[in-house]
Structure formats: C-alpha cells, structure tokens
Ligand binder design. Structure first.
Ligand code: HXC
Length: 510
C-alpha cells in the first residue's frame, strides 16, 4: 500500500515538473510565472482542486509517442477567489509551448462544461504557441470545441481571459468571445497573423509588440480591457474583478460589507461644475465621491476615454457605471465610446448588475470620419443596449444632455427607473449658440442680436426644469446629496422585475 501511495506522489511530482527545470527557468527568465505559480496566485491559498493531472496526448506522428508529458500543456481545475468558486485553466508554456492538442482542448472543455453546469465563472490563463502543429486538424477541432463552449457560456457564467504570453492565429478567438480580456505588458501579444505574414502580404514592417502587444490592444483596438505590469499584478486585479461579479446569470452580484455611510454628503460636489459650460471637469471625481470607499474598477481605461465604464459598490452592492468624461472630446459620443459603453451595458444586463449613468454629453461627434465609419450603426448599439436592459437603471445628468445623445444615455424614455438632474443640467436639442444660429439665421450678421437670442434660449432651455415639468426628470437634486439619492434609488429597485417580450434573440446592430 505504501508503495502505491509513493507511486502516486511520484507521478504527481512528474506532472508538476511540466516541461522540466530548464524550460521553467527560461519561463522565469522572461519575467513570466509558470502555469501552476499563476494558479496559486489567482486562487485562495490551498483551494485549488486539479482535474486531469495525468492526461497525456494521443498523437503518434513526428515521434510524439516518445514524449507524453502528464497534463499535456494545461493545468485545469477549480478553486475559490475570496471564498467564491471559479473554474480555471492555465496553459503551461513549458510543455510544447502550451500548444493546444486534442486532449489539451478536452481538458479545457471539461472545466467549461462543469462551470456552466455548476454556475461559476471560467478564468483562462493563456500562454500558448497555438494549435499543436504535430496534431494538425485534431487541434483545430479542439479549438472549435472550446469556441462553441465560449458561445454557450456567454451570458450564463462570467468568462475572463488573461493573456500572459503568445496568443496567435485562430487561438485569439476564444478569448475574444469572453467577457473580459486582460494582458500583461511586454510579455503578451495577440494577433490573427504575425509580423512575418503581415510583411509578406501587406509589406508592412511591424514588431510583435506593435502589432498585438498590450498597448495596442488596450488603446487602439480595444480588444483588451486592461493591461498590467506583470503576472502578479494581473492576477491580483483579476481577483479584484471577480469580487464584483455574480457567479452566474441566476445569482445576484455579491454583497460585501461596506464601511461608508450611504447618506454621506459631499459638499465639494456643489462646485464640481465650472461656471463656464465649455470648461471641462473630471467626471472621475464624481464617480469616486459617490462610490463606497471611493473604490472604482475601471474597464477599458485607455480606450475611448470620452466615456468611462467600470464597477463600483453602493451599500456593498455591485453597480456598473457609465459616465461621459468632459475632459476628453468634451464627453461627446462617437463610434469608439458607443461600442465601449454598449458592450459594458450588455455585460451588466446579462449578469443582473444595476447600471448607474452620469451624463454630460454635448451630442455625437460630427465629421466624415465618424459618418463613414458608421457612427449611426455604432451609436445605435448603445441606444439598443440601454433600451433592452432590464436591470435597475439610475441616471444623473450633471450638465449637458443634448440631442440624440440625451435620449441614448439611459434617459427616462429608455425605461430609466430614476432620472435625476443636477440644477446645472442643460437638457436641450443642442447648445444655445448653435440653436439660435439656426433659428435666427437671418440675424447671423448681427452679433448683438444673436447674443440676445442666445441668452433667451439659454434662459428657456439651459436648465433641467423644462424636462422636469414633463416628468422626464424625476427630481432635480443637490449635487452634494448624489450618493444618498442614488443609494436610495438602487435600494428601492432591489426587487425590480421587468421582462422583455419573448424572442429567440434580438438583432442588435452589430
Ligand atoms: C507544437 C510548439 C508550438 C506549436 C511552440 N512549440 N509552438 N509545439 N505546436 N504550435 C514548442 C516549440 O517547439 C518549443 O519546444 C517550445 O514550444 C517553445 O517554443 P520556442 O519557439 O522555443 O519559444 P519562443 O522562442 O518563445 O517562441 C514562441 C512562439 C513560437 C512565438 C509561440 O514557438 C512559434 O512561433 N510557434 C509556432 C506558432 C504557430 O504558428 N502556431 C500555430 C498557429 S495557427 P521545445 O521542445 O524546444 O521546448 C493556430 C491556428 C488555431 O494556432 C486555429 C484555431 C481555429
């Protein structure tokens, strides 16, 4: 009996060695942790339960039958993050470069199936040379099996991808279908075709980092939702994100203990809005002053900075925040900000996370770049996302809410539950000057007259009261009491029930 136990221990030891010390050293030499070290940092200490430690590939081509390491290049299982269950796979670059074989894919599929069945998030730590070249089409089939599960799990359990090494070719499409992608700066990249193919086909000379590094994907392409300095920081931040999320679409988000008075007054908010309507101010200040303990987890911080998206807690409950940022492009909506916010709103609605919207929007960005780029279709994404969302929706207009953008930003007309405005709000078809120049075109040569008309228009429309008269604004509130108001609003909506008509699925303008 003792021998058998020793045998098991020996086999486990071999599995833990992965691709051997030389390759582990090489991994460390690049500033990367191993697959198992990453899991240890991601999960609560001692909580990891491994599956399929002894799985080996079945390939017999290219002499592969001589080399059948345990685990086959991916460590899979489940554990907890602050006591809450998650499923995890972590690709082991030290074994065949973490490449995906038929059996490697089966291991991932097994934990994804369990995650959907048991209602817990899937976290994938990606570090892989892509399809296992020796296995050919069996490997492609394995990818497709994972893709299909990503699709089925979407909206059922949260899926988070962390890119911690190479992720290229069709392999990128699994992370691409998950809810959040995070990257590690300098050691990870994602692209469909690498620099060599790019050079051959388009003659462009580009490095892997320029083509698909963390900076490219967090700033330009928006493929990634965030980038971190190293593996340790990335994994710690994923733990922080998991704390905000429900385990599945049938559960409410977790409620954490909070140490911040829901009725906390912040008098500094009364002077947040500058005297001049064209002077920017930092919307993040409002977000941080409203959130429990000033804690805000921003998503896509580096992309489309004219809109802010992320998670906060109010009375310990997760709330998704969408806010125009007047510091960038005056906070206008454009293609990128509409897409960014629409995807975020849809994530919140999938997982029953209430949405808080702060509005200061002068309209949609004009120009041929926007129109040729399809701002009509992309702007409609955000409109559609807000309109279909059935979660509690609370909106606060701080300053401008002009034109179509007023309607889009979680207005009353899109089933907003509480629509508040600060006294500084200006709800109108457009800014006063633009409006008078259109209505009084005949007076355009007379600056005095135009100024006079502008003042009249401002007096009439540059306030929240016209909208409040019609009930489009439920209440004009004091800026200093914003936290108290929104906390009470969300508290009153905890039992909200709203269902959309039955349909197979909608046809959001993609
Ligand atoms: C099998 C692989 C492999 C792969 C790497 N290795 N990629 N084995 N299949 N796809 C092995 C190497 O042989 C090597 O083994 C070890 O992993 C480390 O690789 P190195 O090349 O030494 O490491 P590095 O210099 O860091 O380069 C990493 C790399 C490179 C950039 C990922 O290995 C590479 O270009 N690999 C091929 C990538 C590729 O073309 N994949 C197919 C993409 S198409 P030893 O024994 O020496 O340690 C694809 C389609 C998916 O993925 C389609 C889905 C629909």
């Amino acid at each position: 009996m003792k021998d058998i136990l020793t045998e098991l221990e020996n086999r486990r030891e071999r599995a833990r060695e992965g691709g051997g010390q030389r390759r582990i050293d090489a991994q460390h030499g690049r500033g990367k942790l191993t697959a198992r070290e990453r899991i240890e940092l991601l999960l609560d200490e001692g909580s990891f339960e491994e599956f399929d430690m002894f799985v080996a590939h079945r390939c017999t081509d290219f002499g592969m039958e001589q080399d059948r390491p345990y685990g086959d290049g991916v460590v899979t299982g489940w554990g907890t993050v602050n006591g809450r269950m998650v499923y995890v796979f972590s690709q082991d670059f030290t074994v065949f470069g973490g490449s995906l074989s038929e059996t490697h894919a089966q291991k991932i599929c097994k934990i994804m199936d369990m995650a959907v069945q048991n209602g817990a998030p899937v976290i994938g730590l990606n570090d892989s040379g892509g399809a296992r070249i020796q296995e050919g089409v069996a490997s492609l089939a394995g990818y497709a099996d994972v893709f299909q599960r990503n699709i089925m799990a979407s909206g059922v359990v949260p899926q988070i991808s962390v890119i911690m090494g190479p992720c290229a070719g069709g392999a990128v499409y699994s992370p691409a279908m998950t809810d959040f992608i995070f990257m590690v700066k300098d050691t990870s990249y994602m692209f469909v075709t690498g620099p060599d193919v790019v050079k051959t086909v388009t003659n462009e000379v580009v490095t892997a980092e320029e083509l698909g590094g963390a900076s490219t994907h967090t700033k330009k392409s928006s493929v990634a939702d965030g980038a971190f300095e190293n593996d340790v920081e990335a994994l710690a931040e994923v733990r922080r994100l998991v704390d905000f999320l429900p385990l599945n679409n049938r559960e409410k988000p977790p409620v954490r203990p909070f140490f911040d008075e829901p009725g906390r007054i912040d008098n500094s908010l009364d002077t947040l809005i500058p005297e001049n309507a064209n002077t920017p101010y930092d919307m993040k200040e409002l977000i941080l002053k409203v959130a429990d303990e000033g804690d805000f987890y921003e998503i896509q911080q580096e992309h489309a900075k004219n809109i802010i998206t992320g998670f906060m807690r109010l009375e310990g409950q997760t709330v998704g925040v969408v806010a125009n940022q007047p510091m960038v492009l005056a906070g206008c909506l454009d293609i990128d900000s509409s897409k960014k916010a629409a995807r975020f709103v849809r994530f919140c609605d999938c997982f029953e996370i209430p949405i808080l919207t702060f509005v200061d929007v002068p309209g949609f960005l004009p120009g041929t770049t926007q129109e040729y780029g399809g701002v009509i279709k992309h702007g409609a994404k955000l409109l559609f996302a807000y309109g279909e969302a059935t979660v509690p929706k609370v909106t606060v207009i701080t300053r401008k809410a002009y034109g179509g953008a007023y309607d889009v930003m979680a207005s009353k007309h899109l089933r907003g539950d509480f629509n508040y405005a600060w006294p500084t709000a200006e709800i109108a078809v457009m800014g006063a000057k633009g409006a008078t120049e259109i209505i009084y075109r005949a007076d355009l040569g007379d600056a005095e007259k135009i100024a006079q008309h502008t003042r009249v228009y401002e007096d009439r429309f540059a306030n929240p009261f016209v909208a409040a008269e019609r009930g489009f604004i439920d209440e004009v509130i004091m800026p200093h009491s914003t936290r108290r108001r929104v906390c009470r609003a969300f508290a009153s909506l905890r039992n909200k029930k709203l269902e959309n008509p039955w349909k197979k699925h909608n046809n959001i303008p993609l």
